[in-house]
Design a protein around this ligand. Structure first.
Ligand code: AQP
Length: 334
């Protein structure tokens, strides 16, 4: 515990322009914790390099992701907003936890299988050990709660297993974290292949709606969304495309699926897709405006980064000193 408040931690990779999946599954839910918890929201640039990045792009997206956190309502005075590589204890604990994570456990991770298939020419060790670095991110701050989309469930389970294993060997060291996965928004699917989750690094631009897309682009993408050969706007099996659109619509309007189905009963796919596009674009408009304002003030973003790194570093250092002592590393005496 830190300042007597329980801790919330979550992160987003600056590996592309963020999508409404990242927004609805994760970032939008972050600010609800700011009053009650000590919140650490991290731009996880070290995770991003498990896939080859263009350096200038990575740098730019790191600033953008931080600005998006704030544009989505995270006040840097109430939340610790920081960049992972600015706090070296992430790498340090990541390595230590690698030694408490089993090869078999990592081999079972579906994200590793998916990303290896997508990046067959660069299946590096970092891609494989990604989950133990993620465990380090979380455990470093003695985190109680991790708000994430449902695709991170498996990694989170592994973080819990690693924490329990470490605690069993050395006695209480880490808080064992719980996931916080909202029911709606937990899994937004691709607009072109609704069986696949929407991913910011998808090569097909029509599959992905980005938080910063213009209203015109958002509407165009929804108009092109894959549906099915029927004509009813209802959710369920065989209607994966429509189910995804209904889910997105309800996330932005706060309506239930049943209410949305009733609203569009007897209407055509075209009218429905346009309505989803409109509500999505209009809901994101204030985020886009605030993002543009923040990006124009790089000095302020750098100030937030520095302040966040300092606060995260202070907490991370305390956990690391405990971990180092427990595993038998020697102290450097001055
Ligand atoms: N489609 C999604 N639906 C709901 N939540 C999602 N998240 C990601 N995609 C969806 C949630 O967003 C947070 C940040 O994700 P990340 O950047 O750490 O990595 P990711 O899960 O690998 O996201 P992407 O968009 O698929 O990135 P790339 O293409 O780089 O791999 C997490 O909480 C995640 O659950």
């Amino acid at each position: 515990m830190y300042n007597d408040k329980k801790v919330v931690f979550s992160g987003v990779q600056p590996s592309g322009n963020l999508t409404i999946g990242n927004y609805l599954g994760a970032i939008r839910n972050f600010s609800a914790f700011s009053e009650e918890y000590h919140c650490y929201y991290c731009v996880v640039d070290m995770h991003a390099i498990t896939v080859r990045q263009i350096p200038a792009e990575l740098r730019k997206r790191t600033y953008e992701t931080l600005a998006l956190y704030m544009a989505c309502g995270l006040d840097p005075q109430k939340n610790t907003l920081f960049v992972q590589s600015h706090v070296p204890q992430h790498a340090e604990l990541g390595w230590i936890l690698d030694c408490y994570t089993m090869f078999g456990e990592l081999s079972r991770m579906t994200q590793f299988k998916d990303k290896s298939a997508k990046n067959a020419d660069n299946i590096n060790a970092g891609l494989f050990t990604y989950p133990s670095l993620m465990a380090a991110d979380i455990l470093l701050y003695q985190t109680e709660l991790v708000p994430v989309g449902s695709d991170q469930k498996q990694h989170l389970e592994l973080a819990r297993d690693i924490a329990n294993r470490f605690n069993q060997i050395y006695g209480e060291t880490f808080v064992v974290p719980d996931g916080y996965i909202t029911k709606d928004g937990a899994r937004i699917m691709s607009l072109q292949e609704p069986a696949k989750k929407m991913s910011k690094s998808d090569a097909n631009e029509n599959a992905v709606v980005r938080i910063l897309d213009s209203k015109d682009d958002i509407i165009k993408k929804f108009k092109r969304a894959v549906t099915d050969s029927g004509n009813e706007i209802i959710h369920g099996e065989g209607k994966e495309g429509i189910t995804n659109l209904l889910n997105i619509y309800t996330c932005f309007t706060g309506k239930t699926i049943e209410e949305a189905e009733k609203e569009f009963a007897g209407k055509g796919y075209g009218e429905f897709k346009l309505a989803v596009g409109e509500v999505c674009a209009d809901s994101l408009a204030p985020v886009r405006d605030e993002f543009a304002r923040l990006m124009a003030d790089k000095a302020y973003l750098e100030q937030v980064m520095a302040q966040g790194a300092e606060s995260a570093y202070r907490h991370a250092r305390r956990t690391m000193s405990k971990v180092r002592r427990k595993i038998g590393f020697t102290e450097l005496k001055h």
